[in-house]
Design a protein around this ligand. Structure first.
Ligand code: FA5
Length: 340
């Protein structure tokens, strides 16, 4: 029996050394120390021993049990430590790894121009107002004195939603909305999207942006209009930029003009960008508010006069940043937009 106990001890130590996980270790514990385990089997046979041998074998069996228990405990601790180390290793953060770059967006150049313009006009005492992109034919044409047969009313120039509703072709209907709501003095600007059946080319897009400016008060003159335009152009582009007024015809202003600004490349000297003229593209349309428009909006033209202009924000952005193609503003190419 003594030999059997020593053999069990030796085998247990060897087999426990080979164990690699907790589950297997528990199986070994049951195999050697459990109720039906090998040590218990030996102790069961003690009845056959003599009275002298019994305490000796009993003592030895307890020693063997303690040794096996100690082996199991040691291995249990080792396995636990190994598991902990593996967990720490798997959760390790490599602080030397370069971080993921955060991508910060920014204002689109068109929105920057719009906000810059609003800022300039607010500093000159203007209110900023908004108008809807979907308008009535009445506000977009009739109230603005456009004759029934005006070409801009044509289906080939304007996006109609119904016979009486359209996508506004200009921000000028905001003039009508403001004048109907408010008594003079009026001093507003209003920016937003406008829509026309225009083919895309370097300076035209079917969806573009305008800013409307309207001043109505007693004694407003053409000199005030010219001055206001000159101030904002120099404020926005720089004092080396000039404006040129060309006579034009709008149904809602009399007299009317179109305004060009100096070429952004040569500042008026003449270069290949401006075909040697020294002037960049047309920026805006303007004029003195037509007495018929004032009347239609309930303002007495005998007492009040006003000026208005509508400028292309896309064109202003092109001049400001030296762009020669309007498509760049709508292509959403990050290589272009990232430069701003
Ligand atoms: C008008 O729209 C008038 N409502 C402006 C106005 C307001 C005149 C108040 C008098 C008083 P016009 O069609 O010229 O005018 O357009 C004004 C500006 O919008 C142009 O000078 C140009 O800068 C811009 N624009 C016009 N069509 C396009 C287009 N398809 N794409 C980009 N910009 C455009």
């Amino acid at each position: 029996m003594k030999e059997r106990l020593m053999e069990i001890k030796q085998r247990a130590i060897e087999e426990i050394k080979e164990v690699i996980d907790m589950e297997e270790l528990d199986k070994k514990r049951v195999e050697f120390l459990g109720k039906k385990g090998e040590i218990t089997q030996v102790l069961r046979g003690m009845g056959k021993l003599s009275a002298e041998e019994r305490p000796v074998i009993g003592k030895l069996a307890n020693e063997v049990r303690s040794v096996i228990e100690a082996e199991i405990e040691t291995l249990k601790r080792d396995l636990k430590n190994k598991a902990k180390e593996a967990k720490l290793e798997s959760e390790k953060i490599d602080i030397s790894m370069p971080g993921r770059k955060k991508y910060y967006g920014h204002r689109h150049p068109l929105m920057r121009t719009k906000e810059e313009l609003e800022e300039i006009f607010m500093n000159m005492g203007f209110d900023v107002v908004e108008g809807p992109e979907i308008e009535t034919v009445y506000n977009n044409f009739d109230a603005l004195n456009a004759p029934e047969d005006h070409p801009s009313r044509d289906m080939s120039d304007t996006f109609y939603i119904t016979e009486n509703i359209l996508l506004r072709t200009q921000t000028s209907p905001v003039q009508v909305r403001v004048m109907k709501q408010k008594e003079p003095p009026i001093k507003i600007v209003s920016a937003g999207r406008t829509f026309r059946f225009d083919d895309v080319d370097d300076t035209h897009s079917p969806m573009f942006h305008q800013m409307e400016c309207l001043v109505v008060d007693k004694g407003v003159t053409l000199a005030n209009l010219k001055d206001t335009i000159d101030i904002f152009v120099k404020e926005l582009f720089g004092s080396d930029f000039n404006t040129r007024f060309r006579p034009h015809d709008f149904p809602f202003t009399e007299p009317s003009a179109e305004v060009d600004v100096s070429c952004f490349k040569c500042k008026g000297k003449g270069c290949d960008n401006c075909n040697g003229t020294g002037w960049a593209m047309e920026l805006l349309g303007c004029g003195m508010v037509h007495p018929n428009v004032l009347k239609k909006c309930g303002i007495d033209p005998e007492i009040y006069s006003g000026f208005a202009f509508g400028l292309g924000i896309d064109r202003v952005t092109m001049v400001k940043y030296g762009l020669n193609n309007i498509r760049l503003l709508f292509d959403n190419d990050m290589r272009f937009l990232d430069q701003f």
